[in-house]
Design a protein around this ligand. Structure first.
Ligand code: C2E
Ligand code: MG
Ligand code: MG
Ligand code: MG
Length: 280
């Protein structure tokens, strides 16, 4: 009896593992086709200053899947990174973002908006990454200072000397840098001050519990003070309540992003949010 159950258990796990492998292979195949079939979309989430004035947006990728609907990046970026599909996908993101910036630069309410683009570690560490960014910026003839690259701590610490060299070369093009998800990695102040950063982005995990967790309040205060010491802008992500916004502002945070101001939306909806005479 026990032996029977054991064998069934093994068979059960085999089946689960088999299903998981099948699902991964299917996902990889579909990801391959998604680019050709133009199934990726960029959504734009507004970033504001302390008075609520729009400063720019973060571009966030979505996969418009024919059967599954809108798939969020957490469900495919990992696989894209493992298979290096992140390289053509990342290039598509950069191209689409720069084309959008070009359009924005030509019209009054969007002219000075800065667009932040997430860069994956695989992309950043490509030998021709600087060349690719420069070529894309030139192809779209955009003002490079309106393009902000979001990098994460872990990808920068992989090889600090190469990282600094790459970042300095990109700085010469004129693009900006934001350090995404800050506080979740292990950067020391020593490293941070060597990087040509423009902005630090406080991770939403610290913002979420500001009202209830004095540790998180302490951490957020420390991050903002550190950013000020390094003469960096500081933006908080995941701001959902007025209480969170107020605490952040009282502690010197100057830039804000989160559902309180707007969710990531398609470009038409994003632009509608910028109209001063919009209803409600
Ligand atoms: P991230 O760069 O840290 O982006 C912030 C995430 O927080 C986004 O999730 C955004 O929708 C979400 N968010 C914004 N405000 C709030 C809020 O007030 N509350 C809550 N609960 N969430 C909020 P999303 O769009 O699902 O993206 C997840 C991650 O996927 C991103 O994290 C980024 O690491 C990655 N990603 C997104 N687009 C790209 C891309 O084009 N390329 C690469 N390489 N990665 C991307
Ligand atoms: Mg980001
Ligand atoms: Mg982030
Ligand atoms: Mg985050």
């Amino acid at each position: 009896q026990a032996k029977q159950a054991g064998r069934n258990t093994v068979r059960f796990f085999d089946q689960q593992m088999q299903d998981a492998v099948t699902a991964r292979v299917a996902l990889e195949g579909e990801l391959h086709k998604a680019l050709d079939r133009q199934q990726f979309r960029l959504h734009y989430q507004i970033q504001v200053d302390a008075s609520g004035r729009p400063l720019g947006a973060e571009a966030l990728i979505r996969w418009m899947h024919p059967e599954r609907g809108l798939v969020p990046p957490d469900q495919f970026i990992g696989m894209a990174e493992e298979t290096d599909l992140i390289l053509p996908i990342g290039q598509w993101v950069m191209d689409t973002a720069c084309a959008q910036l070009k359009t924005w630069q030509q019209h009054a309410p969007t002219r000075d908006l800065v667009l932040a683009v997430n860069v994956s570690a695989t992309q950043f560490h490509q030998l021709d990454f600087v060349f690719q960014v420069r070529a894309t910026v030139q192809r779209h003839a955009i003002d490079p200072k309106l393009l902000k690259l979001e990098l994460t701590e872990s990808m920068l610490l992989e090889n600090i000397e190469d990282t600094i060299r790459t970042m300095n070369a990109l700085k010469e093009i004129g693009v900006q840098f934001s350090l995404d998800d800050f506080g979740t990695g292990y950067s020391s102040l020593q490293y941070l001050k060597r990087l040509p950063l423009d902005q630090i982005k406080i991770d939403q995990s610290f913002v979420r519990d500001i009202a209830s967790d004095s540790n998180d309040r302490e951490i957020v205060g420390t991050i903002i003070a550190m950013a000020q010491n390094l003469y960096l802008d500081v933006i908080a992500e995941g701001v959902e309540t007025e209480e969170q916004r107020q605490f952040l502002q009282d502690n010197g945070c100057t830039h804000f992003q989160g559902y309180l101001f707007g969710k990531p939306v398609p470009v038409e909806q994003f632009e509608a949010m910028l109209q001063p005479d919009r209803a409600s």
